[in-house]
Design a binder for this molecule. Structure first.
Ligand SMILES: Nc1nc2c(c(=O)[nH]1)N[C@H]1C(S)=C(S)[C@@H](COP(=O)(O)O)O[C@H]1N2
Ligand SMILES: [Mo]
Length: 203
């Protein structure tokens, strides 16, 4: 029996609904660290969060500004395209919807391109970006994010593969069309639904 089959069977033994595990994934308790390139040097004094593109109220927030915005908790399963899934991860942060309310996006807006240090980007349709469980998270399991997991702020959009959940997030651009981000230009799927196994551009 393969590792993947055993891992899926184990869910039932543990009383976990196996439907929560997308095809081709295995469940792990570990929290692997993944990124292209190195961990950035973060200086909170000069850090800013910028929203631009098709918005009436462009934003440039300092870290202090961000800390003044109310947070909420989200518990969700996350799915990495390298095949690990982690269940019931808990995050605290600013709902993407609350940011959206402040920026006055143009009615023609369809997508966002989310940005980080070192030019890392990821594209998402607005509907997914604004899903109920999407956050700009500053806290993981009750503790501030560690640097390797995206300190001080990362996007968390659990319903898409985890490469869309941009670590070290510095803002986003609102667009009237879809534009590939870093991994999407390098062969990954433009959308990335784990339950439809949209790993690579031709999946
Ligand atoms: N800025 C940035 N964010 C990123 C990445 C990256 O390379 N740079 N990698 C993505 C990928 S491929 C994954 S699987 C997750 C991993 O998050 P973790 O290291 O907290 O598990 O971060 C995503 N966010
Ligand atoms: Mo990933």
């Amino acid at each position: 029996m393969s590792f993947f089959t055993r891992n899926r069977d184990e869910l039932i033994t543990r009383g976990i609904d196996p439907e929560r595990l997308p095809p081709g994934q295995y469940r792990t308790d570990r929290f692997p660290v993944l990124q292209a390139g190195s961990v950035p040097r973060v200086d909170l004094d000069t850090w800013d969060f910028v929203v631009d593109g098709l918005v009436r109220n462009p934003v440039r927030w300092s870290w202090e500004d961000v800390q003044g915005i109310p947070s909420r908790d989200v518990t969700a399963d996350i799915h990495c395209v390298t095949k690990w899934s982690k269940f019931d991860t808990s995050w605290t942060g600013i709902p993407t919807r609350d940011v959206w309310e402040k920026i006055g996006a143009d009615p023609e807006a369809t997508h966002v391109l989310v940005k980080a240090y070192h030019g890392y980007t990821a594209n998402l349709p607005i509907e997914d970006f604004l899903s109920q469980d999407s956050l700009f998270a500053h806290t993981y399991e009750g503790e501030p994010l560690t640097l390797e997991h995206g300190f001080p702020l990362r996007l968390v959009v659990p319903r898409l593969y985890f490469w869309k959940s941009v670590k070290w997030c510095r803002g986003f651009t609102v667009l009237a069309q879809d534009e590939p981000g870093f991994w999407e230009r390098n062969g990954y799927h433009m959308y990335g639904d784990p339950f439809r196994e949209q790993r690579f551009s031709n999946d």
